[in-house]
Ligand binder design. Structure first.
Ligand SMILES: [Zn+2]
Length: 136
């Protein structure tokens, strides 16, 4: 990636990379999805890009699937909303009902998934808190 090369030329970025290493961060084999620079893992467990700060890397296939499912759900909802609006302006406004049902179901699935993700994240946060507490 040519963009990554430009970042390497930036003395500010080079300085930041040097500082990260000096602070005990380790360079990862993964690269930033935005600029292609190597990512660094801080002692706190956070993954950062020297140019973009904190980033989240999709590490597993399961995570990639989650993102894809979210995308599909959003597309379904978008399509249904458009069709519902068309029905509203047509000669058969009652045709809006099946589209509203689809929107409702998509919304419900999204909420269920959001709650599941929240629970997952809370579990991670809690274990991180207890880790940092025991380190002190
Ligand atoms: Zn970056």
């Amino acid at each position: 990636m040519s963009e990554g090369k430009d970042y390497y030329k930036d003395p500010e970025i080079v300085k930041r990379m040097a500082r990260l290493i000096a602070e005990g961060a380790s360079m990862l084999s993964e690269t930033c999805p935005i600029c292609g620079l190597p990512l660094f893992k801080l002692k706190t467990g956070e993954t950062v890009c020297p140019a973009h700060g904190r980033v989240w890397i999709v590490t597993s296939e399961a995570e990639a699937e989650e993102i894809e499912v979210d995308y599909v759900l959003r597309r379904i909802e978008y399509y249904a909303i458009k069709r519902a609006y068309e029905a509203l302006n047509s000669n058969e406004p009652s045709e809006i009902i099946p589209w509203l049902n689809i929107i409702e179901v998509a919304e419900r699935i999204k909420n269920l998934r959001d709650n599941r993700l929240k629970t997952k994240m809370e579990t991670v946060e809690k274990s991180e808190v207890s880790k940092s507490r025991s380190e002190k």
